[in-house]
Design a protein around this ligand. Sequence first.
Ligand code: 5RP
Length: 223
Amino acid sequence: MTQDELKTLVGQAALQYVVPGEIVGVGTGSTVNKFIEALAGIKDKIPGAVSSSQASTERLQALGIRVFDANEVGELAVYIDGADEIDGRGHMVKGGGAALTREKIVAAQSRQFVCIADESKRVEVLGRFPLPVEVIPMAAAQITRHFAALGGQATLRMKDGRPLVTDNGQHILDVTGLQIRDPLGFESTVNQWPGVVTVGVFAHQKAAVCLLGTSRGVETLVY
Ligand code: 5RP
């Protein structure tokens, strides 16, 4: 099976976690796009979605799925999103699509995080994928020095020759060279550096379940 087929498989499998009559939290990325397509098939069973990015909002609305503001609704039953990496305990690195801040907000608003990913995302230790960190632009150099002290090399993410601007009007640093053996502690530490909006380690908002697309089919990992 191709990676795209595996994404389709897990996107469809995630439908079983959508609670009829309840608003669903929706993440961002190519795997989530498969979920959104599948969700359109059952859109009459749910009031709508809370979205984690402008890109997902546009896709949801184009398919006739109502999008609620996070402030209009209370706790969500489930949040469904992809990941750039997931370890054996459900800790993730996210933000490859630059939506990490809103993803973490919607994940924190939800009782259960269901991660959908193909098996290339499974790692023993987080850090193989460059770690995305959303930052206030004036703090970028200072945060880059903090990462250097930990052995990481931070690079400003660019788009069309300019620094990428997130949905929140901020910038992204991508950090290589890290081995994140204590995801909870690392997330707490980096979150406290002035100017960090969100670090792309999802340990406090880790996955409860991962639907992993493999050549043998969908494996359900529960953490
Ligand atoms: C976006 C994300 C995505 O969930 C992550 O990048 C995975 O994306 P894809 O499903 O395209 O591999 O965190 O900010």
